[in-house]
Design a binder for this molecule. Structure first.
Ligand code: NAD
Ligand code: GLY
Length: 342
């Protein structure tokens, strides 16, 4: 068992990572929840795989009800938010009763947002089942849905009471979904944990140790910058160029981040910020996990980066590696990009 304490004052919580923790959920949930009724939110795929197991592990201690939504990003919608809230109210949920999100990042974000809104806030526990959600989205309290054609545009910061991670659930994850998570996992190693990169070179099973090492990188950042006002943007390493190619070429997010990291390393090298020792190891590790490493020249995407809505007041915050396991934020003005870099 690996335990991580996320220290955020009264919103502090624990992340527990252990094989087969799904069979022992109520033992741990009892630490943070004393009432009788729990409501599980899950998707149809995860329901078929794990809902019975989860119900079995809770049924001696809790009355259980559940809401199932279709799998996939389309469930992070205002319609599904309304549907889940209506179902829960129909089931007569009270403000001191617990939601449990069982699923990938979509379920975590949706459940957390419902938990932040219903009765102005009810408790929730996250049980992430995809690699992306286990090593990234389950920590940091960002919740929300897509709206107005934009991702995560309605949301709230809402910390869970506890996060319970069972690495064995990764055994059923489709390969492309697994790779999607690996892109972000390698990113965590690259920006903040050289030891994690070294471990990954041996292509180990993604177990509690690897997941904990990845979460430690994000913990360090979200404890300092819980509301995404500065340092947290370092988690966007590989995303600046990744976003520019993701939709254009139909990559999954983690795949685009893999390519975006290589583009950012090249740019960082050219600006003298990134050590020449970064590119080859990151390329090697991405290939090892069968992530795409297509070679795009970053110069060709700088205009897309400038047009990205995230870039405010004519200044772009680029995240560059300084060396393996360390990164920095470099502000570059639109003027400088246009005059010197295009
Ligand atoms: P997802 O929740 O859609 O899961 C991917 C697919 O895998 C789904 O079809 C799901 O049913 C299936 N699945 C999940 N666990 C499984 C398992 N154990 N076995 C078999 N199938 C399983 O997507 P995701 O990649 O987990 O998460 C992506 C979402 O996370 C995006 O909406 C993104 O915006 C969000 N996100 C949030 C944060 C945050 O900080 N809140 C960070 C990164 C990403
Ligand atoms: N995924 C980036 C963040 O949580 O801030």
């Amino acid at each position: 068992m690996k335990t991580l304490d996320i220290n955020l004052g009264i919103d502090s919580y624990k992340i527990l990572i252990e094989d087969d923790i799904l069979s022992r959920l109520s033992f741990y949930i009892k630490e943070v929840y004393k009432n009788k009724k729990v409501y599980i939110i899950t998707d149809d795929t995860v329901k078929d795989l794990y809902l019975d197991k989860v119900i079995n592990s809770l049924k001696d201690d809790y009355q259980i009800d559940y809401v199932v939504v279709p799998h996939g990003e389309q469930s992070k919608s205002i319609e599904m938010f309304i549907h889940v809230c209506e179902e829960l109210l129909e089931k007569n949920i009270r403000r001191n009763e617990l939601l449990i999100g069982l699923g990938g990042g979509v379920i975590g974000d949706l459940t957390g947002f419902v938990a932040s809104s219903l009765y102005r806030g009810i408790p929730y526990v996250n049980v992430p089942t995809s690699l992306l959600s286990q090593m990234d989205s389950s920590i940091g309290g960002k919740t929300g849905i897509d709206f107005y054609g934009r991702k995560n545009i309605l949301g709230a910061f809402k910390q869970p009471k506890m996060v319970l991670i069972d690495p064995l659930t990764l055994n059923t994850l489709p390969k492309r979904e697994f790779n999607n998570g690996m892109g972000e996992l390698i990113k965590h190693g690259a920006i903040g944990n050289k030891k994690l990169l070294d471990l990954l070179f041996d292509k180990p099973r993604i177990d509690e140790n690897i997941i904990a090492e990845s979460l430690k990188v994000k913990r360090k950042v979200v404890e300092i910058d819980p509301f995404d006002q500065g340092l947290r943007m370092t988690l966007n390493f590989g995303h600046t160029f990744g976003h520019a190619i993701e939709l254009k070429y139909g990559y999954k997010h983690g795949e685009a981040v893999a390519i975006g990291m290589l583009m950012a390393i090249k740019m960082g090298e050219d600006l003298g910020v990134t050590s020449k020792e970064c590119y080859e190891p990151i390329l090697k590790i991405l290939k090892l996990y069968e992530l795409p490493v297509d070679n795009y020249d970053y110069h060709d995407y700088l205009l897309d980066v400038l047009n990205d809505k995230k870039n405010l007041a004519g200044v772009v915050n680029f995240i560059f590696l300084t060396k393996l396991g360390e990164c920095t934020i470099t502000k570059i003005s639109e003027k400088e990009i246009k005059e010197n870099l295009l």
